[in-house]
Write a protein that binds this ligand. Structure first.
Ligand SMILES: *Cc1c(COP(=O)(O)O)cnc(C)c1O
Length: 877
């Protein structure tokens, strides 16, 4: 939507956009015109909106460069312990507005573009999302980067520069169709390729035993990893950290054997094979598919990143000149590796391989270093999501790593045997090698054995790890197990996406909440301030009207902005129970049809999310929601009292549009299945009320806000465990006429009259195979929704609850999460330092602020400070 803002509108948004100084506006206009001319080679007669977007992006990028170089130089000089976040996914979304906000130049850019006669929002909409993630896990990594930079941590993210991110979802005839996400088509103005730091990664080959039995991995195929650096600006602290993403490059002599045999063309074509490694993100959320290419991606990322950070460790600067660290004893004091799920868990055998085979360390010493360096975050207890690689696949692709894993397992089982002599069953349970059927390596077990810290992502989930899937390991190493409740960055998820709400908050309590979200608690006294509550509802209404306009433009459906916007957006998965939501929709429809004149709270129910392309049931769920929507939305009896919208192509940018407009947030997973959830937190921060189960972080959200501000329903984990073994869906189906009617309609083709058998599978799942006990929670869910409907009718009561939701969301900032990781896992202290701006003298202001730092850190003698903080990267890469 490109509703040009009036001059007045733009100027009044001071807190969000900073203050537009005449000087900076003038310089931004000048730089913008220079980029249009020199970078894009266009003049204003022929420039397209996309040219203007790129000219603006380059202008903003210019403001990053000095700070980026300065930050890395600062880390290099100070040589703090560095935190490396390893993740196969970074769901970054767009960069332009986030960069302007974090640099404090949004108001100036706004004003400059306005003076140039351009609509900045229209240009922002031309940026493709960096969709290098599937859902919550990838978005968490992106929020973590923002917080690590804002807290001034010497950290760096490592990942893969997928040429194609998460697919674009199109809905055709009510069904999901996937299209490739060609996000780099027009170029990426934010990244900087670093071909000079390219590194080799080996695959295949075999293991030879060399001198003194030292293993040698030989006859390998080499692929190069080319780094692309992406800036990660902290919020208003002149810190810019790095996200280094690797892209696969064929070595010069790839497939030389074909070349020699005369097939020159084939040899050149085959170069693509090697480069396929970084071609595309696997689109599975919470599902392990076991494909060799995926294993290649995982090892590719790990091997390149470890070489890179070991090089950085060795070549640090101390004394009067650059020297090389020769001992690895201090490695865990200088390096922390955080594994985002088991996807990068090959870091453990790879670090062992480097230390033992290449650096020549004894196994025991290498193992102590590895364990002290690595930490592992678990994201799910669903068995189908746990990575268990076939030993045959590992043997073929990474023979030396498989040997190392066997050796780790041998020594591990000796420890188990020592602790529980003769407990053969426990040995079998705790083995990293699963022997039933085809042999597999349990990567979660490998990660626990090879890490000093293991954490779950919400309190409930962390407890479940200790009592269920990792029980044996908890009994062995109770001190390793921790909880780190997830969070979200308040910069993107409030300041950026909901500027009007951000402004009224800042009006009341100042802007300290942006860096310290706990300060939102200062809003609590306003729960009885009628004027403030009305203002809150007014902003919600404005956001809803904007979303209604988008829905009208995109789907041609007119929705009533006064109706309750009831929203469930997340990946489509059986455990998230979109089907439960769907049964509620059908129930409401049937009630309206039966009794058109009864009191009814109007609702616009929106569901959005992608299904993994190979997940048949998830795709059927999308089809069902669309089919139900077609019936409901076109029924004249219903009018605008009930509308069902399937939101196409849910992604970070769409989340930013939808969440500020939500009245009700649906967080209805079966208790014990959603590890944390982060969508739930985004809604709370934006003043939506939640209907939810006691699952994941819902539990802690409800604790923070108080039970009276949360719509709770459904079985607890304990109740699920009681019901599940003898779950009989017919029991519920036969006792509840509304439920029976809804399931029957799905089965008999009521929503698919032209092909009545379309949803047989769905009905069968609900009545026969449902692992997620949808029907068991139906009755309570419907009753709870009825209560939601009643409360919504009392707008002031609703507004008060909404305010209490916002005021108690302080805990769910990733600034809090990252501070806990830093203190309790990484052993580093967030510095919260504000680096000097590029125009300020080099490090002079730091001298005063940095304890133990007596001279300008630019001088080599002053580096021996005890500071364990800073950011990432260095001037040697
Ligand atoms: C936050 C977010 C998620 C995670 O949502 P959950 O409800 O926690 O599963 C998924 N996708 C996108 C685009 C997000 O922004």
């Amino acid at each position: 939507m490109s509703v040009p803002k009036s001059d007045f509108d733009r100027r009044k948004q001071i807190s969000v956009r900073g203050i537009a100084e005449v000087e900076s506006v003038t310089s931004i206009k000048k730089t913008f015109n220079q980029h249009l001319h020199f970078t894009l080679v266009k003049d204003r007669n022929v420039a397209t909106p996309r040219d203007y977007y790129f000219a603006l992006a380059h202008t903003v990028r210019d403001h990053l460069v000095g700070r980026w170089i300065r930050t890395q130089q600062y880390y290099y000089e100070l040589d703090p312990k560095r935190v490396y976040y390893l993740s196969l996914e970074y769901y970054m979304g767009r960069s332009l507005q986030n960069t302007m906000i974090n640099l404090g130049i949004q108001a100036a850019c706004d004003e400059a573009l306005y003076q140039l006669g351009l609509d900045i929002e229209e240009l922002q909409d031309l940026e493709d999302d960096a969709g290098l993630g599937n859902g919550g896990l990838g978005r968490l990594a992106a929020c973590f980067l923002d917080s690590m930079a804002t807290l001034g941590l010497a950290s760096c993210g490592y990942g893969i520069r997928y040429e194609y991110g998460i697919f674009d979802q199109k809905i055709k005839d009510g069904e999901q169709v996937e299209e490739p996400d060609d996000w780099l088509r027009f170029g990426n103005p934010w990244e900087k390729a670093r071909p000079e730091y390219m590194l080799p990664v080996n695959f295949y080959g075999r293991v030879e035993k060399g001198d003194q039995g030292r293993a040698k991995w030989v006859d390998t195929q080499v692929v190069f990893a080319m780094p692309y650096d992406n800036p990660v600006p902290g919020y208003m602290n002149n810190t810019v950290n790095t996200l280094r993403l690797w892209s696969a490059k064929s070595p010069h002599d790839f497939n030389l054997k074909f070349f020699n045999s005369g097939d020159y063309i084939q040899a050149v074509l085959d170069r693509n094979q090697a480069e396929n490694i970084s071609r595309v993100l696997y689109p599975n959320d919470n599902f392990f598919s076991g494909k060799e290419l995926r294993l290649k991606q995982e090892y590719f990322m790990v091997a390149a990143s470890l070489q890179d950070l070991i090089r950085r460790f060795k070549s640090h600067k101390f004394g009067s000149r650059d020297q090389v660290r020769t001992s690895f004893d201090t490695f865990p004091d200088k390096v922390a590796l955080q594994l985002n799920d088991t996807h990068p868990s090959l870091a453990i055998p790879e670090l062992m391989r480097v230390l033992v085979d290449i650096e020549g360390l004894p196994w025991e010493q290498a193992w102590a270093i590895t364990v002290r360096t690595c930490a592992y975050t678990n994201h799910t207890v669903l068995p189908e999501a746990l990575e268990r690689w076939h030993t045959a696949t590992l043997q073929h692709l990474l023979p030396r790593h498989l040997e190392i894993i066997f050796e780790i397992n041998y020594r591990h089982l000796q420890e188990v045997q020592k602790k529980w002599p003769g407990d053969v069953d426990r040995m079998r349970r705790m083995s990293l090698v699963e022997e039933e059927g085809e042999k597999r390596i349990n990567m979660a077990f490998l990660s626990i054995v090879g890490a000093h810290a293991v954490n779950g992502v919400a309190a409930l989930h962390s407890e479940l790890l200790k009592t269920t899937i990792f029980k044996d390991f908890y009994e062995m190493w109770p001190e390793r197990f921790q909880n780190k409740t997830n969070g979200i960055t308040p910069r993107r998820w409030l300041l950026l996406c909901n500027p009007s709400l951000a402004d009224i908050i800042t009006d009341k309590i100042g802007d300290g909440w942006v860096r310290n979200l706990w300060e939102l608690a200062k809003l609590k006294p306003l729960a009885d301030d009628q004027q403030f509550l009305r203002r809150l509802m007014q902003i919600k209404m404005e956001n809803k009207m904007k979303l209604a306009l988008y829905i009208k433009e995109k789907y041609g459906v007119t929705v009533n902005p006064a109706s309750m916007f009831d929203i469930q957006v997340k990946r489509i998965h059986e455990y998230k129970r979109q089907l439960l939501n769907c049964l509620h929709i059908i129930t409401l429809y049937n009630r309206l049809k039966r009794n058109p004149n009864a009191a009814f709270t109007p609702r616009t129910i929106m569901v959005g999310g992608k299904a993994a392309p190979g997940y048949h049931t998830a795709k059927q769920i999308i089809k069902l929601i669309n089919a139900v929507g077609r019936v409901v939305n076109n029924d004249p009896i219903i009018g605008d009292r009930l509308k069902v919208i399937f939101l196409e192509n849910y992604r970070v940018t769409l989340a930013e549009k939808i969440i500020p407009a939500a009245d009700l947030s649906e967080q209805i997973s079966l208790a014990g299945t959603e590890a944390s959830g982060t969508g739930n937190m985004k809604f709370q921060l934006n003043g939506s009320l939640t209907i939810g189960t006691l699952d994941g972080a819902n539990v802690e959200m409800r604790e923070e806000m108080g039970a009276e501000n949360f719509f709770l329903f459904g079985m607890t984990v304990e109740e699920v465990n009681k019901v599940a073994p003898t779950y009989n869906p017919y029991h519920y189906y036969e006792r509840n006429p509304e439920l029976k009617m809804a399931v029957d309609q799905i089965r008999n083709g009521f929503f698919s009259p032209s092909r009545p058998e379309t949803f047989h599978d769905i009905a069968d799942i609900l009545l026969k195979y449902d692992r997620f006990l949808v029907l068991a929670d139906y009755d309570e869910y419907i009753k709870c929704q009825d209560q939601v409907g009643k409360v919504y009718m009392d707008q002031m009561a609703w507004a008060k609850m909404s305010l209490m939701n916002i005021a108690t969301s302080g805990k769910f900032s990733t600034d809090r999460t990252i501070t806990e990781y830093a203190n309790e896992i990484w052993g580093v202290e967030p510095s919260n330092i504000r680096l000097p701006a590029p125009h300020e003298p080099l490090f002079a202001p730091l001298v005063a602020k940095t304890p133990g730092l007596k001279e300008d850190v630019a001088r080599p003698t002053a580096v021996q400070s005890g500071m364990q903080n800073g950011g990432a990267g260095d001037r040697k890469a």
